[in-house]
Ligand binder design. Structure first.
Ligand code: PBG
Length: 326
C-alpha cells in the first residue's frame, strides 16, 4: 500500500494520537543517578565542567538522596573521593572508607533506595589507573583480588549492586565468587561490560579527581571502533555471573547498545557519561539548544536503542520534565 491510499501522517495528527503510537517512553524507573561522595565535613564543591553536579560530603549527600527518592528515581550510583590515595588503593576496601560510610548513611536514611557502587581502583590509586601498576604496566590478575575485596566491602556496608568499571579480565568471576564466599549471594553485579576508552569521560575525571598520571586506559578499556568485541565482552561477563550488563558511553554507541541487547537478552544499562552531559549543558547555556527537548530526545534515543536502565546526570531534571507533558 502506497500513497495516496496510505498516509503516514494520519497517525501523527493530534497529540493524543501521537501518544498512542509512541513506541518508547521514559519513566523515573529507568534512571540511576550518579553521586560524588567526598571525604570531609560540609563539602559542597561544584564541578565546573558538569553544571548542576557537585562533590558532596555525607552530611550534604543525605538531603540529596531523600530528594532523589521522593522524585521516584529508584537508584543512585556512588563514586568516592577519598582523603588518601596510594599504590595499593587501600582506601577502596577500607570498611571506614568514604563510599562504605556513605552506603551505611544512605541505608539508614532511605533503606529502600537501591544503592549501586562503582567498583574501580582509579579514584583510590596515587597513579590514577584502574589496576595495580608494576614496571609501568597495569597488571590484571593481582588487581582482581583488590577489586573483589572492594566489592565485598561495599556489600558488607549494604550496597545492593556492585558495578565493576575497571575492565580487567576475569573481574566478574572473581567478584562473584568472593561475594558468594562471604555470604552475599544476593548482591547484584552490574558489569561495565563494554566500556570504551572514550574521551567523553573528561569532565568525570575532574569530578572524581581520577585522571591517569601517565599513559592512558587503552590497554584495558575498549577501542571505540569495535562493536563485535563489545558483544563478546558482554557474553563473557554473563558467563562469569553478571546480572546486568552495561554499555558506556551511550550516545556515540547506540549501535552497540542495540547489538548487545539483541545478542544477550540480558538487562542492559547504558551510561550517558559526563562528556555527553557537558555538551548539552554547554550548548543550552549558550542558548544554542533547548535543554529540556534535547535531553528528553537523547534519553529516549538511548532507551529506543535497547537500554533498560540509563545512568545519567540528567535524571533529576528529566523526572521534573516528564511530570509535565512532552
Ligand atoms: C572509572 C569510571 C569512569 C567513569 C565511570 N567510572 C572514568 C574512567 O574510566 O576514566 C566515567 C563516567 C563519566 O564520564 O560520566 N572508575
Amino acid at each position: 500500500m502506497y500513497y495516496p491510499t496510505y498516509r503516514m501522517r494520519r497517525l501523527r495528527r493530534t497529540p493524543l494520537l501521537r501518544r498512542m503510537m509512541r513506541e518508547t517512553s521514559l519513566a523515573p524507573d529507568d534512571f540511576i543517578y550518579p553521586l560524588f561522595v567526598s571525604h570531609g565535613e560540609n563539602v559542597r564543591r561544584p564541578i565546573t565542567s558538569m553544571p548542576g553536579c557537585e562533590q558532596l560530603s555525607i552530611g550534604n549527600l543525605l538531603p540529596e538522596v531523600r530528594e532523589i527518592y521522593r522524585l521516584g528515581i529508584p537508584a543512585v550510583i556512588l563514586f568516592g573521593i577519598p582523603s588518601h590515595k596510594d599504590s595499593a588503593a587501600t582506601s577502596a576496601y577500607d570498611a571506614e572508607g568514604v563510599v562504605q560510610l556513605a552506603i551505611r548513611a544512605i541505608k539508614d536514611e532511605v533503606p529502600d533506595l537501591v544503592v549501586v557502587t562503582d567498583v574501580c581502583l582509579c579514584e583510590y590509586m596515587d597513579h590514577g589507573h584502574c589496576g595495580v601498576v608494576q614496571n609501568g604496566e597495569i597488571v590484571n590478575d593481582v588487581t582482581l583480588e583488590l577489586l573483589a575485596k572492594m566489592a565485598v566491602s561495599h556489600a558488607e556496608a549494604g550496597a545492593d549492586i556492585v558495578a565493576p568499571s575497571d575492565m580487567m579480565d576475569g573481574r566478574v568471576a572473581a567478584i562473584r565468587s568472593a561475594l558468594d564466599d562471604e555470604g552475599y549471594t544476593d548482591a547484584i553485579i552490574m558489569a561495565y561490560s563494554a566500556k570504551f576508552a572514550s574521551s567523553f569521560y573528561g569532565p568525570f575525571r575532574d569530578a572524581a579527581e581520577s585522571p591517569p598520571a601517565f599513559g592512558d586506559r587503552k590497554t584495558y578499556q575498549m577501542d571505540p571502533a569495535n562493536g563485535e568485541e563489545a558483544v563478546r565482552e558482554a557474553l563473557l561477563d554473563i558467563e562469569e555471573g553478571a546480572d546486568i550488563v552495561m554499555v558506556k558511553p551511550a550516545l556515540p554507541y547506540l549501535d552497540v547498545i542495540k547489538a548487545v541487547k539483541q545478542e544477550t537478552k540480558f538487562p542492559l544499562a547504558a551510561y550517558n557519561v559526563s562528556g555527553e552531559y557537558a555538551m548539552l549543558k554547554a550548548a543550552a547555556a549558550n542558548g544554542w539548544l533547548d535543554e529540556r527537548a534535547c535531553v528528553l530526545e537523547a534519553l529516549t534515543g538511548i532507551k529506543r536503542a535497547g537500554a533498560d536502565l540509563i545512568l545519567t546526570y540528567h535524571a533529576k531534571d528529566a523526572v521534573h520534565w516528564l511530570e509535565q507533558e512532552y
